[in-house]
Design a protein around this ligand. Sequence first.
Ligand SMILES: [Zn+2]
Length: 148
Amino acid sequence: MTWYIDFEGYQFDNRYVVKEIAILNKETLECYNYFVKNPAYIPHPPNTQTIQSQFKRHNLRWKFGDHHFLDAISDIILKVKRDAVYCKGPEKAKCLRTWLPHIEEMTWIATSFKKLYNCTAEVCDIKHGLNCARRKVHELHYIDVVLK
Ligand SMILES: [Zn+2]
């Protein structure tokens, strides 16, 4: 089995704060997405232009979410087991490798997410816009399987 994974969130000081993370199974199309609370030790977002523009992109407020990150990632680890896990982008791969040591970066897909708009109907239920991790795992599947 193979899974695709992607997340949306905030990036600053060489770290990510994940707000939405999604996985999609290549064969069964099982899809799970999780909305992630801010870390308790960072109760407020840094007051910077960068954070503002990241918020405008994905519309996921700092305090939004119903899972602690470690609960979400533990559930993902249980689901993917030792299956292959693919993600796009070296920084995201590096971040996720902490919890999914066997993750593989999809270096064979050169197209930027900005140019992938085949799965806009797959956005998640809260409709926070197209910068949605659930849509993006479907885009990865589409370009990896359907266009092959
Ligand atoms: Zn979403």
